[in-house]
Write a protein that binds this ligand. Structure first.
Ligand code: SF4
Length: 440
């Protein structure tokens, strides 16, 4: 069979910050060699007008759902099979089945081969479910599927899921528990990767201290340079930070989310509630690591002054890179259910709306207007990535001036500056007849 894998974008747009989508390397490894395969990444190339394939497979997130449905209509021939998976499948599988023949719910390692074998028999089922209670099966991602270099940065995933349960985060809609790989396998797979710089795509690399220290000790001899996402409990621990640095870490992504303790409680962000953020930042910087901080704005405790306060905090502490995000009610999350119950969703399915644009507010905030939230986030994003602010933060932190850190800092800031301008205000789904999918 001929199989086309598509990494769908939010809209027609070539991104300069696209990371390698490891899922497709994993699916390639799970696919017997007799099948012919092509991989298309819409973030790095324009998709063709038609696709000659027996199976078209797309991994779909909520932000790319509308685009995936538009592409499904465009590429459907009546003879091919359209299959979709990804985070959105975990909560919106019935919606997906209006556009796809089959939906894979959960990890592809558990479902892809069964789906493929049913296709060969000519009888694919509508839904396939993964086994979340079992450890992740060892599947080494194939390298020969990608045509783009992704700036030479490798992506690797040690675990899936997170031990926390933040109210706005969609991770628990897909993973009720954490699935991890054994350390021996991680070392073997990382050693086989030709890239020297790795991004660990785990939503939270830190599970517990002893397993994290064992992991860092085991990967240190590989001499890779890497970045990862960690929760605030790990960022407060000197022994862990020092072990991370020795193992090659150069940047940590941390969710600060809010400066307001009541808002953190509202989010169920338990790891952050008693953290002294300025102390955490000093500690992380003292180990020579850069910080990518994320904030979520527009929660019920937030007033209109939240933007200025958060911006000043990030600039005062010379945070290397940040994301100031409006709160987004992702389907299946606690926030979505609460907003729906309280009648505060502006569109029931904002991700399919003809009028929802990237950066818009999808709900009615408690203490500001939807427009205040949209404009407030955009304004501080734009100011944070203005050239004077980039320079202030660059020279304001001695860690930024070290040669490798300086390169990472400047690259990340100027890419973020460009991407914000390109993405803000774009209609999800792009221009290919978006109105066909609006079911709000
Ligand atoms: S710590 Fe991060 S990944 Fe984990 S549930 Fe919270 S927001 Fe999601």
């Amino acid at each position: 069979m001929k199989i086309a894998f598509i990494r769908v974008n939010m809209f027609e747009h070539i991104s300069s910050d696209a990371m390698k989508p490891i899922l497709f390397g994993i699916i390639r490894s799970l696919t017997p060699a007799r099948h012919e395969i092509v991989f298309l990444d819409e973030r790095t190339e324009r998709l063709p007008d038609s696709l000659d394939a027996d199976i078209i497979a797309m991994s779909v997130e909520t932000f790319t759902a509308k685009r995936a449905y538009i592409l499904a209509k465009k590429y459907r021939t009546g003879k091919n099979v359209i299959v979709m998976g990804g985070f959105h499948a975990a909560v919106c599988s019935d919606e997906m089945l209006e556009y796809a023949d089959s939906v894979l719910i959960g990890d592809a390692e558990d479902t892809w081969r069964r789906f493929l074998s049913d296709c060969e028999k000519g009888r694919p089922e509508r839904k396939y479910f993964s086994r979340e209670d079992a450890p992740l099966p060892p599947v080494r991602a194939a390298k020969d599927v990608y045509r783009h270099s992704y700036h030479g940065i490798g992506v690797y995933q040690i675990s899936r899921g997170c031990k926390f349960n933040c109210d706005f985060c969609s991770i628990k809609t897909m993973y009720k528990c954490v699935r991890r790989k054994p350390v021996g396998l991680i070392v073997k797979e990382l050693a086989a990767m030709r890239e020297k710089i790795i991004f660990f795509a785990d939503d939270n690399l830190f599970y517990d201290k002893s397993s994290a220290l064992a992991l860092f000790r085991a990967i240190a001899p590989l001499k890779k340079k890497w970045a990862c996402q960690i929760s605030m409990d790990a960022a407060r621990d000197d022994a862990l930070l020092s072990a991370m640095k020795r193992a090659g870490c150069f940047l940590v992504l941390m969710g600060f989310e809010s400066l307001n303790a009541d808002t953190l409680a509202e989010m169920h962000k338990s790891a952050n509630i008693r953290a002294d953020y300025e102390e955490v930042i000093r500690r992380v910087y003292s180990h020579g690591l850069l910080i990518y901080g994320t904030f979520v704005l527009g929660c019920d405790g937030d007033r209109r002054d939240v933007f200025e306060k958060t911006f000043r905090f990030a600039v005062k502490n010379n945070i290397s890179v940040t994301n100031f995000n409006p709160l987004i009610p992702m389907p299946g999350t606690g926030v979505y259910k609460r907003m729906e119950r309280e009648g505060r969703l502006r569109w029931k399915k904002w991700w399919l709306s003809d009028t929802y644009r990237y950066g818009d507010t999808a709900f009615i905030p408690r203490r500001m207007s939807p427009g205040d939230l949209r404009r407030g986030c955009l304004s501080i994003r734009t100011r944070f990535y203005s050239v004077p602010c980039i320079m202030k933060r660059f020279f304001g932190n001695p860690q930024h001036l070290k040669p490798y850190n300086a390169f990472v800092f400047l690259l990340a800031n100027f890419i973020s500056r460009r991407e914000i301008k390109k993405k803000q205000g774009q209609l999800l789904g792009g221009v290919l007849g978006a109105s066909d999918t609006d079911k709000t």
